[in-house]
Ligand binder design. Structure first.
Ligand SMILES: NC(=O)c1ccc[n+]([C@@H]2O[C@H](COP(=O)([O-])OP(=O)(O)OC[C@H]3O[C@@H](n4cnc5c(N)ncnc54)[C@H](OP(=O)(O)O)[C@@H]3O)[C@@H](O)[C@H]2O)c1
Length: 273
């Protein structure tokens, strides 16, 4: 049995004209699952990732994901941030892509207040080497955390703490992915938005912690040697193939520029609609 999936049209022109209404309309399609106001379920993290890929599976063009993006992609990126409690990102990606601290977005202020969320998502940088530049602007903000492990280089730990960073150990020898996610929940930031990069997403997938993938397919072919959106060391060994993890399509949205925005939910997660 085949199903012809009718894509929801959200045009970049509409985004420009209707402003906040379009953003909030789009946010309806991307709502996190409802959670109880209190009790154990209230802090249970839901892990969503947002990634972009070319038609032929490249995660970058000219070394950055931004080269694959378009207006619609920027709008979806903004909406997903507008809904999230915390942006979990590999330190390398944050530096390469020039991340700044997420600012409150007025379009989502009412929605966030209704949901009891902070005005803006926090930034959580993942790094084992701690080779983050000491003058990286978001580092010293009290809402930014660096998630690392106990065996991270002691001199780098001291330097980052001196620079005003908040470090949290999520493991002893390695950064444990499950502890990353647990920490987000413990800090009252259960709506997790992972923006990659591929190594971090690969670890999250390997540990079966991904609840939803929001995947933008950019209408381009890249060819070449660009990597894909998730990588993990286990792929490299002869017998290390990871188990297939089934996902269910929950929404397909398109725009006038030919981008496809897909929401994939893990099997067993009911659709939010
Ligand atoms: N297509 C997309 O949607 C997309 C999204 C994001 C990034 N990108 C692109 O992907 C490229 C970067 O790829 P990448 O795989 O190097 O990015 P990444 O996943 O951000 O990894 C970079 C660094 O983050 C830290 N990290 C990631 N996972 C970790 C883990 N499980 N434990 C401990 N530390 C971890 C490590 O920092 P330390 O080395 O400091 O220990 C690692 O070197 C860039 O070109 C970026 O533009 C594409």
């Amino acid at each position: 049995m085949f199903h012809l999936q009718k894509a929801t049209q959200v045009t970049s022109a509409e985004s420009d004209q209707k402003g906040d209404d379009t953003l909030l309309g789009l946010a309806e399609h991307y709502r996190y699952p409802p959670r109880p106001a209190e009790g154990p379920g209230a802090a249970a993290p839901f892990v969503r990732a947002n990634m972009v890929s070319s038609i032929d599976g490249a995660a970058t063009h000219d070394g950055k994901s931004g080269g694959l993006g378009g207006d619609g992609d920027k709008t979806v990126f903004r909406v997903l941030r507008g809904l999230a409690d915390v942006i979990l990102v590999g330190a390398g990606t944050a530096i390469t892509e020039g991340y700044r601290r997420p600012q409150p977005d007025t379009a989502f202020a009412g929605l966030r207040e209704e949901n009891g969320q902070a005005p803006a998502p926090a930034l959580a940088l993942v790094s084992r080497s701690l080779s983050i530049p000491l003058d990286y602007p978001p580092l010293a903000h009290p809402e930014t955390v660096v998630l690392t492990c106990a065996s991270a280089p002691a001199d780098r730990r001291a330097a980052l703490v001196d620079a005003g960073a908040t470090l949290i150990d999520c493991g002893d020898d390695n950064v444990e992915t499950s502890k990353l996610i647990e920490t987000c929940g413990d800090r009252g930031r259960p709506r997790v938005l992972c923006e990659g990069g591929p190594s971090l997403l690969g670890s999250i997938i390997a540990d079966d912690l991904l609840d939803e993938l929001c995947l933008t397919t950019s209408p381009h072919l890249v060819g070449g040697r660009a990597g894909r959106i998730a990588t993990h060391a286990a792929d490299d060994s002869d017998d290390g193939a990871l188990a297939l993890k089934g996902m269910t399509p929950a929404a397909i949205i398109t725009d006038d520029d030919g981008y496809l925005f897909m929401r994939w939910l893990r099997h067993g997660r009911s659709s939010i609609h």
